[in-house]
Design a protein around this ligand. Sequence first.
Ligand code: HT7
Ligand code: ZN
Length: 873
Amino acid sequence: AQIVRLEDYRPSDFLIDKVELDFRLHPTATKVTATLSVRPNPSGRSDVPLVLDGDEVNLKAIALDDRTLEAGEFEANPESLTISQPPQHSFRLTIETEINPTANTKLMGLYRSSGNYCTQCEAEGFRRITYFLDRPDVLAVYTTRIEAEYEEAPVLLGNGNPVESGFVEGTGRHYAVWHDPFPKPSYLFALVGGRLGRVSKTFTTMSGREVDIAVYVEPGKEDRAGYALDALERSMIWDEQVFGREYDLDVFSIVAVSDFNMGAMENKGLNIFNDKYVLASPETATDSDYANIEAIIAHEYFHNWSGNRVTCRDWFQLCLKEGLTVFRDQEFSSDERSRPVHRIAEVKALRSRQFLEDSSPLAHPVRPIQYREINNFYTATVYEKGAEIVRMLKTIIGDEDFRRGMDLYYDRCDGRAATVEDFLKAFADVTGRDLSHFARWYAQSGTPRVSVHGHHDEAAKMYRLDLRQQTPPTPGQPTKEPLVVPIALGLVTQDGQPMDAHCERVNSRGVFVLDKTEDSITFTGVASRPVPSVFRGFSAPVKVSLDLSNDELLVLLRHDTDAFNRWQAAQTVAMRLLVSLSTGTPVSDEEMASLSSALCAFIETDALRDPAFAALALTLPSEADVAQEIGKEVDPDAIHRARKAMRRHLGNACREQLLDFHRSLAQTESYSPDAASAGRRALRNAALDLLAAADLRTGEQLASTQFETASNMTDRLASLSVLMTIPGMVRENAIAAFEERYRSEPLVIDKWFTLQAAIPEDTTLERVKRLMEHPAFSINNPNRVRSLIGNFAMLNQVQFNRADGAGYAFVASIVLRADELNPQLASRLLTAFSTWRMMEPTRRSHARRALQSIAQKPNLSRDVGDIVNRSLE
Ligand code: HT7
Ligand code: ZN
């Protein structure tokens, strides 16, 4: 397939200022008439053909300035429409196409979900609706008329503001006209038509304008949309208060659909969501579902400025909107919830997804320089590492200059398609700093490793930190340059007091910026050897090597003023022990006991002050995290045994305290999804998990009572998850009871699929195959496939990576099946293989064979072909 390169970017030769669309919705033959106001681009080439993009579209008619074009004046195929000699001045092009939304299983363009019509146009879906200059730097003002059978689609929604609606006399059909005054790229186009229930309220913006905000869901599920509406209102208030950004249309609608390739989509004024990220009730959604809904509602809303008002010049600039918007949604969640707890959750996700990607054959820069299939670049690197870059910028320049830079960026780029350079220039201009070295973060892939060595000179009362950074080679980048790494740090005495040491190279916000391969900083007035606390708050997305002993780290767990580093200290010690246990390096009883007694002491004194934080401290690094840390010749069975042994040890060591938490934190009042209540549930369920690891019978008894008496999904699912680790009839009965209770709730059945797919036992593969025959399962529905197959591959380290290769062969076969229907879904599933090279030789050769079996298949989609080839390179 053809490679698209950043260096080949040139402006479009034509521009489209105005688009008028007329949709006659029909299940199998929807007619689309697009009238485009086209003009030559003064910055483009002249005397060149006009080539519009298409994808599986069927041209019915074409006219230029109302004159029907004859054969020979244009050339059309499903992939493009070419007018070889277009006028050299403005003209109107009217294009009639016919599309089949029911047959659209790719879920890109116009498709149907539960009988409703909806669209997904990012990145290149608009060309599946009509021929167009489907690129983000062509911005137009859209007016959309939608017509449909009233009975089939009583609700008709488009971008912008409603203009007109009515019935088409004598036909049973009705229509609605929507106008969006803000110029936008085609990827932000959307329409919805269907039978939908609605919850809404009026939001008054900071300048006093009234906006009708609404959430549309399947009729009968309106009572599950309230939290999403509330999260939307809080997001709108937050963006006004924190970034000074106000909403700009009269309506803002969110529509939940049950077939969706990703989480949600920020179409102008008409966000379309995967229903998983809208619907919530205490009976069906967990605390983490509520947190995700809040974050994704905020994310899509924030795109109205970071993405829509200021969009991307080309798809290489994807991080410009996605990295920035993830940063914004993370800040929102941190303000709404506990900042340190949220930061830990962000970092856990970054390490497990992005660090993994960055060390895999799929590693790429935050701003890639080439792609075969853009859909494969909606990655953890673009989104999450992209957000970390924005956060580092803020850490380096400080809060006030960051806000001034954001304001300048919006002022300069509003209504335009911008680049990463435009973004950085705004901050360079407000601060007078040269950010060209910092910009390397966008271009260089791989996770830097920073080593930190401390030297104390008692006589001189000096303490020196030697810092060294190094980034390993990644595909296409054999050598690396040093990056600009902000290190937030402080010193702590051996008995845990903050030290008042001085270093002039550490700024007033406690940040030192490492911008060379090696550097040293010296603190004066340091009487005794301190414990350094570095990368506080995870101030840069790097791996850190510390020359601290476990005992010194445990001083940080007890005393550091930085909550993130308290958590990190315990994780570092646990990781060291888990790696040793997994790789056959002896671990003494004392080493195990020093961690468990530090954790027991910590929960004894601190847990109830911040239960969510305590729950995180009690959760050991995952099996996948340990595999990543080991990095080569990985044996997932050994890691599984090691982690199990350590959980058992911890559960035994802290047994009394854990039993007490499980008893005293039981839910008494009615369910509330707020962070404090969720934190108490998290601690209680972390305690249950460790108690079960220590003693199966106690665990089974506590978990089955909790399962039967739970008053909310968080507690019920947590207890079922514990039962999953204990083979036997109690488990199987609980699985059956859960299915019976929730069989008509697809999103809950997804959780049920996931739990079973994650059972670390040899029979799980057969169980997963059996579950594919379950009436609730459908290979066409992305949520079902991700819950059952995706989570088998991503969460079940021992069974996906079975030594006999059966896990790989199974997932490969599903990738091929899914590829015929939905290439995006298939290629995401395939990324589970990104760890294959770090496995021990037997597993590695099975995985290679499975990948080769995919690569050899004729007619692979571009999506799957691209991932499989990069994985094998
Ligand atoms: N900007 C949106 C990306 C997206 C998407 C991309 C490719 C295929 C389907 C998709 N659905 C949504 C979502 C976001 O990051 O906000
Ligand atoms: Zn986004």
